[in-house]
Design a binder for this molecule. Structure first.
Ligand SMILES: [Zn+2]
Length: 198
């Protein structure tokens, strides 16, 4: 073994991050060795503190350090509209578009029978309680457009339909800046089904 075990252990730990292969993990470990000790201590503290202080928002499951997240507690948001997503990172992605001013609800996963993720594992109880109160007039189901996301969307539609709330499914579009001939037929077919009048 060319390097000490403690170095290899760190590389193994970094390799567990999504999108980080062995080579990248090694580069990160080497970089850490070149950093100043105080910077490494700050980084380690930052990781530990973040892990300790971040928890799910009581209302929407978004990441927060308080009981209620900054979106749920923002009086300028449209409180009649809820966008339902799978993970907090989806909230971040939608927020970056600046095209949505309603609230969110995060399911913390999607129905995935093959991975053992069943209806009882999905966080829907809080959502249904909230819809029952009658303040929400519209929901936008923004689960992923894959098998699990579609299955989850169908399940949600079934559960939400009795509330007489307008239910929208996020549109499956053609990526900007691409050419029609290069788009896969499933996406192109869905884009045609979702066409809008101009
Ligand atoms: Zn929230």
């Amino acid at each position: 073994m060319a390097f000490p075990k403690i170095f290899n252990d760190l590389v193994d730990n970094f390799s567990r991050f999504p999108g980080i292969g062995k080579r990248s993990a090694e580069r990160m470990a080497f970089y850490l060795l070149k950093m100043r000790p105080t910077d490494v201590e700050n980084l380690a503290k930052n990781i530990a503190d973040m892990h300790k202080s971040i928890r799910p928002c009581k209302l929407c499951n978004n990441f927060t350090t308080d009981d209620v997240c900054s979106i749920c507690s923002d009086p300028k948001r449209n409180a009649q509209e809820i966008c339902i997503v799978e993970e907090p990172k989806d909230i971040m992605a939608i927020e970056k578009t600046s095209h949505y001013r309603g609230l969110y609800y995060c399911l913390l996963g999607s129905l995935s029978p093959l991975d053992g993720m069943n209806i009882e594992d999905l966080s829907v109880g809080k959502l249904l309680n909230r819809l029952q109160k009658g303040q929400i007039k519209e929901v936008v189901i923004s689960t992923d457009p894959d098998n699990d996301g579609e299955l989850t969307a169908q399940y949600l539609i079934e559960k939400i339909s009795p509330f007489k709330i307008k239910i929208y499914r996020i549109a499956i579009g053609i990526p900007l800046g691409t050419q029609i001939e290069y788009i896969d037929s499933a996406t192109l077919g869905q884009a045609l089904l979702d066409r809008k009048q101009v």
